[in-house]
Design a protein around this ligand. Structure first.
Ligand SMILES: Cc1cc2nc3c(=O)[nH]c(=O)nc-3n(C[C@H](O)[C@H](O)[C@H](O)COP(=O)(O)OP(=O)(O)OC[C@H]3O[C@@H](n4cnc5c(N)ncnc54)[C@H](O)[C@@H]3O)c2cc1C
Length: 486
């Protein structure tokens, strides 16, 4: 329904600033509410908008072979403020896009403050937004203030807003060695869909299990920050903590071998079994059941590749436990990021269950465009599932397969979220690829498909800009960012 009222955006972080920028590009006025510096968070240090709370890297910028690089490329094509300011504030980082953190945040802040359609109001939104805010984007991030979190939780139900994540690693299906692993559900029990072989199982002998437990205990762990206060809930203990409580705990817990028969070794009972459960509807990603961990990422890759069947595993996500406020989005949001219980509230950023600066900004980009389109009475089609943007929003609003309480956990963009493609056999010049080159060629083919599909979508959806607003490559944005850096 067309209206004159502004879009209220709560949270001036990566997602909120991108959402504001995109909404104004479509001509919508925005009021951006940011509580800092009046009320702080445990991680932010400044009063700047879009502050980077930890690393200064937006990760790989390789659009041809890396999914986050592809997301950069797509966002640049859609006039992303975060990418435009990131590009101007680059610092040397090889193939990654790293930025001068202060220069970057200052460039975004000035751009937002100077925008004639954006009003920035400093102050915490405590509790649910006033009823007369007809269109709201909640982009308050992993450290959403308690008063607002509790109000959201009252709307969604207690189980649908988490304050901590408990992330188990996710493996690309095509990197699992099925000549060692096998498909079977415990005791061949049929699931609701009649499937009796729903899990991938990786067997360990006694010696392999003992070596695995030693490696878990010895591996370097990430320390919790003082303010995180992450509790250990029964049912999602880190695996190294389980191993510390008793060498056989894992064998009687997530690695129990009962009810499983290894077809590759008839008659031999496995000493322990690691199970993987399908994580997305495409079947390209599988999570290691019960394997939440605080092991450092490099150690996880090393230790988990000692598991038979996973020796060449490619991880789409590694495990972790953090303080993190996020919704069970596949259940509580609709396809356009609106809360089913109160559709005037749209969500964006890390609180929707994506992970990372760029992923948060990407969901902000879509939320801003959707809110502006809705305000103008236009139905904005979703970006195709073959694009990184489409795959990311698809995952948080429905692509994840519900595996019960706590199964939806924060996710980075990765190629496993996009519909798979057969790896090309020949290069563009007709030269056959060597075996080891086909993985890279497949990623490149998926990236090319994504950009072509994004361009077609953008052409069909019509320009987001109502006035002549060349956001990306805009000399004004660049000169502001340069001033901020000097
Ligand atoms: C400690 C920590 C370290 C991280 N490190 C990285 C990293 O190195 N790399 C990476 O890619 N990702 C990292 N992340 C994850 C994530 O990418 C970032 O948190 C990212 O900033 C999320 O973007 P966002 O816009 O959703 O939230 P934010 O950038 O956090 O923005 C949310 C904003 O909302 C404001 N706010 C909160 N509640 C209210 C309220 N009630 N009223 C008004 N304003 C409110 C906050 O002050 C904040 O400015 C980290 C997260 C945390 C918590």
């Amino acid at each position: 329904m067309p209206t004159d009222s502004p879009i209220h955006i709560i949270g001036g972080g990566l997602a909120g600033c991108e959402a504001a920028w995109q909404a104004t590009r479509a001509g919508a006025p925005v009021v951006l509410h940011e509580m800092r510096p009046l009320v702080g968070t445990a991680a932010h240090q400044t009063d700047l908008l879009a502050e980077l709370v930890c690393s200064n890297s937006f990760r790989s910028d390789d659009w041809e072979h890396n999914a986050v690089g592809l997301l950069h490329a797509e966002m640049r094509r859609l006039g992303s403020l975060i990418l435009a300011c990131g590009d101007v504030c680059q610092t040397p980082a090889g193939g990654a896009l790293a930025v001068d953190r202060v220069g970057f945040a200052e460039a975004v802040t000035r751009r937002i403050l100077d925008h004639p359609l954006i009003t920035v109001e400093r102050g915490e939104v405590r509790g649910l937004p006033p009823a007369d805010w007809a269109s709201v984007i909640v982009a308050t991030g992993p450290l959403t203030s308690p008063s607002l979190s509790l109000a959201i939780q009252a709307l969604t139900g207690e189980d649908e807003l988490s304050f901590f994540d408990a992330i188990a690693p996710i493996v690309h299906a095509d990197s699992i060695d099925m000549s060692v692993a096998w498909m079977q559900s415990r005791y061949d029990k049929e699931g609701p869909g009649g499937e009796a072989a729903a899990y991938i199982n990786c067997p360990l002998t006694r010696d392999e299990y003992e070596a695995f437990v030693d490696a878990l205990l010895a591996g370097p762990k990430t320390e919790f920050k003082d303010w995180e206060h992450v509790p250990y809930f029964d049912g999602c203990l880190p695996i190294e903590e389980m191993a510390r409580r008793g060498r056989d705990s894992l064998r009687y817990g997530p690695m129990k071998p009962v009810g499983l028969t290894n077809p590759h070794q008839a008659g031999e009972r496995s000493h322990a079994v690691v199970q993987l459960r399908q994580d997305n509807a495409l079947g390209t990603l599988w999570n290691m059941v019960g394997f939440q961990t605080k092991l450092k990422h490099a150690a996880q890759t090393e230790v988990f590749r000692t598991i038979p069947g996973l020796d060449a595993a490619v991880f789409a996500r590694l495990g972790g436990l953090h303080r993190n406020t996020f919704l069970n989005s596949p259940r509580v949001l609709d396809a356009r990021l609106r809360l089913k219980a109160q559709p005037r509230l749209r969500f964006a950023g890390q609180i929707t269950g994506v992970e990372g600066y760029i992923e948060s900004a990407a969901i902000g980009l879509l939320a801003g465009r959707m809110a502006a389109a809705e305000r103008a009475g236009v139905d904005l089609p979703l970006p195709p599932a073959t694009t990184a943007l489409g795959a990311l929003i698809g995952h948080v609003t429905g692509g994840h397969l519900d595996g019960g309480a706590g199964s939806f956990q924060p996710m980075n963009i990765n190629y496993g979220l996009l519909p798979p493609m057969e790896p090309p056999r020949r290069s563009e010049t007709g030269k056959p690829f060597a075996r080891g080159e086909r993985g890279r060629a497949k990623k490149r083919a998926m990236s090319l498909r994504a950009l072509a599909d994004l361009d077609a979508w953008q052409a069909a959806a019509g320009p987001a800009t109502r006035v002549d607003d060349p956001a990306y490559g805009d000399p004004y944005a660049q000169s502001l960012a340069r001033q901020a850096l000097s």
